[in-house]
Design a protein around this ligand. Structure first.
Ligand code: XIL
Length: 373
């Protein structure tokens, strides 16, 4: 970890004690400089019982990018994970594509390593994910399976994977992205829903609950930070699932934002209505993308604006008791998925390419510190 950074990007004296000075200023207002102690860490700044998390890089775009596996290869990265966060989510290592090289095989090497690392470091783990339309192996998507076979395979997968980590994975994203942006179930894209009907969602939760009765079971998606057709559809769906006796415990809000769109000012209200259904809430994959200028380097103003978005998301979660977990997705810009999926956008994390703290990191620390006091 390098030197502390102020909101204005200047270096400031390190404080002898206490995390922070100054306050959060409004967007566009440089305001008083926030300063952080170099020794401050997100996980120690967090209030008791509040998990601050990170994805654990591996698989997916990391393979396409061609860099050595960050989790096994990069000691600084492992130090970041150890010191800064209290919750870990394997970025790809629990997805079908990674876990299931063939119909008869499970490859737990990647996920075992993350779970073991978490135990060594006193961290909880979020499991991601069991039923999704994306990152499924070709043998599954292109196989010619009957409905019975497919249902049997999903059941075996959920029971085997959740069962293996029973007592070790605290929260599971059982179902991921089952509704599209218009608020409709992905009846075509999701192979399980297409072939087995929407009831398979509830069944997957039942199997996961059977395999680990203590795990908190979540349904998870993006573009549900605000109140709109998609989050409304989830609001209906989770009530139906609950009414049907499905063991669903939580709603996961991914939190993939971009500063090219307005900040969702009604996020707290949205979280509250789900909390009122007695659900747990988690921000599961927070990052804030920036449309990069021609030279590819985000400006100070952009980094300050990004910091406000991060702050807004974390504050929304902290404002609602049921929201007790906030996970950063690729907090290191160097390993982020964003440049690989969003053309022209990047710098979405809270630590820059030199692993130095960005204004966003300072705002997160400030929000946690304020909530703890
Ligand atoms: C992303 C990973 O970060 C990439 O490595 C991978 O190539 C694609 O998936 N919503 C999710 C996550 O639920 O699993 C996605 O993760 C990002 C969007």
């Amino acid at each position: 970890m390098r030197s502390p950074v102020t909101r204005a990007g200047r270096l400031v004296p390190v404080l002898a004690a206490g995390l922070l000075l100054g306050a959060c200023a409004g967007a566009g207002d440089p305001g008083p400089a926030l300063t952080v102690d170099d020794d401050a860490r997100l996980r120690t700044a967090a209030p008791d019982g509040f998990a601050i998390g990170s994805s654990v890089a591996g698989g997916g775009h990391n393979v396409a990018a061609g860099w050595p596996d960050p989790f096994t290869d990069d000691e600084d990265y492992r130090a970041f994970l150890t010191e800064e966060v209290s919750s870990l989510t394997p970025e790809n290592q629990l997805k079908w594509e990674f876990l299931r090289p063939s119909q008869d095989e499970y490859d737990f090497a990647g996920s075992d390593a993350v779970v073991e690392f978490a135990q060594e470091n006193g961290q909880v783990v979020r499991g991601h994910t069991l039923l999704w339309h994306s990152q499924n192996p070709a043998w599954l998507e292109e196989g010619d399976f009957s409905a019975d076979e497919l249902r049997g395979m999903l059941r075996d997968h959920v029971m085997t994977v959740v069962g293996r980590y029973a007592g070790q994975i605290e929260q599971w994203d059982v179902a991921n992205e089952v509704i599209d942006d218009d608020g409709n179930l992905r009846l075509e894209e999701n192979i399980f829903i297409r072939e087995l009907g929407p009831e398979i969602i509830g069944e997957a939760f039942h199997w996961a609950h059977e395999a680990d009765p203590d795990a908190a079971l979540f349904i998870n998606d993006y573009n549900v930070e605000w109140i709109g057709p998609k989050s409304d559809a989830y609001y209906e769906l989770v009530q139906e699932l609950l009414a049907d006796g499905v063991p669903i415990d939580g709603f996961g809000i991914q939190g993939h934002l971009s500063t090219q769109y307005p900040f969702p000012g009604d996020m707290t209200d949205n979280l509250r209505r789900f909390a009122d259904l007695d659900l747990q809430l988690a921000i599961t994959e927070a990052d804030v993308r920036i449309v990069l200028p021609a030279d590819g380097v985000a400006t100070e103003e952009q980094l300050d604006e990004q910091a406000e978005y991060y702050r807004g998301m974390l504050d929304a979660c902290l404002a609602v008791d049921a929201c007790a977990s906030f996970t950063l997705w690729s907090p290191l810009d160097a390993y982020s998925w964003v440049p690989y999926f969003f053309e022209g956008e990047g710098a979405a994390g809270v630590l820059d390419d030199d692993v130095a703290r960005k204004p966003a990191y300072v705002e997160l620390l400030s929000a946690l510190d304020a909530a703890r006091r």
